[in-house]
Design a protein around this ligand. Sequence first.
Ligand code: GDP
Ligand code: MG
Length: 459
Amino acid sequence: ASQDKSDLRSPICCILGHVDTGKTKLLDKIRQTSVQEGEAGGITQQIGATFFPKEALIEKTEVVNKDGSVDVKIPGLLIIDTPGHESFTNLRSRGSSLCNIAILVIDITHGLEPQTIESINMLKMRKTPFIVALNKIDKLDVTEWKVNKDTGFRDTLAQQSKRMQRMFEDRLQHVKMLLMEQGLNSEVYDKNPNPGRIVSIVPTSAVTGEGVPDLLALLVKLTQERMTGSLMYISEPEATILEVKVIEGLGTTIDIVLVNGFLKEGDTIVLCGMNGPIVTNVRALLTPQPMRELRIKSAYVHHKQVKAALGVKISAPGLEKAIAGARMFVANNADEEEYYKDLAMDDLTSLDKFVQKSGRGVYVQASTLGSLEALLVFLKDMKIPVFEFGLGPVYKSAVIRSSLMLDRAPEYAVMLCFDVPVTFEAEEQAKRDGVKIFSAMIIYHLFDAFKKHMEEVTE
Ligand code: GDP
Ligand code: MG
């Protein structure tokens, strides 16, 4: 009760879905503002994320809030940018997960696509609450759809022709049926009697802005309802690493989302590294320059201290072996440092349980901790045994490990590589040894390739 308003924390939202469903466009649309150019209602572009302050949320939900039923209490909303859906797979499922809520974007004219289904499985696995943006409603018929820019969904639907309304209803029913096949009950959000159990659908157009106010209002409502009590307030620092990147002049940096707490320049951070825990000190906390400050030379704004939730780049020595998708900890003393070193490595070592004790199985390689975990869980479900796994590009050494199977179980002399480059030397080695390398950006494709391979070898 002693907690005051300045202690309030913003919820975090991720967007995911199949390529070209309109994820980027939807974010762009949400970022746009009717407030005079430049001001953008305090919306700030961060590292890998965009922050929408309370005022922007109030303004953008006005058209669907004539009765005042949307009462914005959260200090703002942090939306994580997702290039494709890769960065969502990044995120580890364990610990306090990064997302308080997710938006699954579905193209109303396409229905469910492979990455939509993969996203649904990911959301289920991580128990992340989500809503569906049924996007591109304007595209149902580009000539007949009557555009009502940035209006609420019901308002615009009421103004469509009878034929358009029927067409929308047909497509909606079709998508609901497809979702049902994935084990999901769904309903348009304002007709949803039980948002806790039934997925809410918000029809939107990222081009015309129709339904976008509804989407934001629903995000506000659902996160407020779920983030009750202590969840609403700032507490211990919690962070997830989104990306590990080499930046000219800074060396290897990490882009993180600070989910909770504060982070200061000079803080001791502990993270999971490829060859063991990394302990280092924050040299700089960086966010991008605001748009209108482009004439300023430096690409980044430096911060002495930052507060959750936000996306920030950390420059520090010794980050070369950091692993994307893992958690990051802040240690206040030597004891905490030791404690967090174990905890940080848990993120990686906990995956050892997916390795077959028999020493027979395929070799698995993935880009991030999160995608590696997703792949391992999937392979377990598919009863494909795993012999060993790795992160990052595929090097010759991994191929040599995999070639051990040629004697033990030749059908498993296979490498399943998800979203990682394969080096030339590795390819050459694989050809020489007779190890098969399958690479893909979609988990299912790896499964298909492996299934085909098994059919061939058992023939
Ligand atoms: P992403 O891959 O999910 O990020 O998809 P994009 O945001 O890049 O959108 C893919 C394409 O679909 C682009 O050409 C967009 O202009 C278009 N698009 C996205 N949303 C809509 C929409 O609501 N209506 C229409 N007509 N086109 C859209
Ligand atoms: Mg995109």
